[in-house]
Ligand binder design. Structure first.
Ligand code: NAP
Length: 285
């Protein structure tokens, strides 16, 4: 039995992953922002798969306290883990700062997963091979990790903030893969494809229309296709030896953006993230 933590299972790609995993012999731990919806989903999944082993843990990735509590609960209740999928993500129309003072998309999509991963790493470091999967995006190719601009929302652009957070995802995965090189832990990132989910801001008529039109034209694919690559990295034997790879939606390794490959930039981001989240200890350090 494989014990898997997935963040953001209440919608889209994460929910599709949860549906697939519930139907197989895995122990699924759903780390969700909205626990009520998490329990409703658990109920739906266990009704369809009575033997499924599913737990729900609250986790708001935008809140340092919530991430810490979530990690504490998982470590206390479950001990060891085999897979962590950092799937949850957001795209925000309105500029906002998180309680940490960082731009909210960056805080949710990068700082929260950084903190959760570092907290759960001891549970993933054991005799068997463990895997950490980071759901990033091709938008990271267009992004710039403008370090001087992470704590203000002047001249905010939704796509710029989102792409930057996805660049941070790939940088983090690469930096962690390097740190885990001599361990049992494999760390990889991916682009899931253009998938029709709730990630486009639904309150905006423009984005709603773009999303619906793209889905109708087949430009945006259904959620189960978006789940294919994270599931491949999480469980497939063919992915067992991948370390520090960035996969496209066809499960093919691709060269990531130059900034994502830069060790210097990765380390700068790591230091900043460790300070922002209080995750000062190095893995295995
Ligand atoms: N869809 C695409 O075309 C596409 C393309 C490239 C990459 N991605 C990536 O794929 C991942 C999944 O996105 P999706 O498309 O499936 O979007 P989605 O349908 O909007 O699902 C996002 C999930 O993340 C959760 N989430 C949002 N903010 C959170 C927070 N502060 N704390 C904890 N969970 C939070 C949401 O929870 P709630 O239900 O509570 O809102 C939801 O379960 C994201 O990392 C996204 O960047 C998507």
């Amino acid at each position: 039995m494989t014990r898997i933590v997935i963040t953001g299972c209440t919608n889209g790609i994460g929910r599709s992953m949860a549906e697939t995993l519930a139907a197989s012999d895995n122990h699924l731990i759903m780390a969700v922002r909205d626990v009520k919806r998490g329990h409703e989903l658990r109920h739906t999944l266990t009704r369809a798969n009575p033997a499924a082993q599913i737990d729900v843990v609250e986790c708001n990735l935008a809140s340092r306290g919530s991430v810490d509590t979530c990690a504490d609960r998982i470590l206390r209740r479950f001990g060891t883990l085999d897979v962590l999928v950092n799937n949850a993500g957001t795209m925000l129309r309105q500029p906002r700062l998180a309680e940490s003072g960082y731009e909210l998309t960056f805080a949710t999509n990068h700082l929260g997963p950084f903190q959760l991963t570092n907290r759960l790493l001891p549970a993933l470091t054991h005799d068997n091979t463990a895997r950490i999967v980071v759901v990033a995006s091709t938008t990271h190719y267009q992004a710039d990790m403008d370090f001087s601009n992470l704590t203000n929302v002047d001249n905010y652009s939704m796509m710029r903030a989102y792409s930057r957070s996805k660049l941070a995802n790939v940088m983090f995965a690469n930096a962690l893969a390097r740190r885990c090189a001599d361990t049992n832990v494999r760390v990889n990132s991916l682009h899931p494809g253009s998938i029709a989910t709730n990630i486009l801001p639904s309150k905006s008529l423009l984005w709603r229309t773009i999303g619906r039109t793209a889905a109708l034209l087949g430009i945006m694919k259904p959620a189960h296709l978006g789940a294919a690559t994270p599931l491949y990295l999480a469980l497939d034997d063919h992915a067992a030896d991948l370390q520090g790879a960035y996969l496209d939606e066809h499960q093919i390794p691709q060269t990531c953006a130059a900034q994502a490959s830069s060790v210097k930039l990765q380390e700068r981001l790591w230091d900043l993230s460790a300070t922002a989240t209080g995750s000062s200890e190095e893995p295995n350090g």
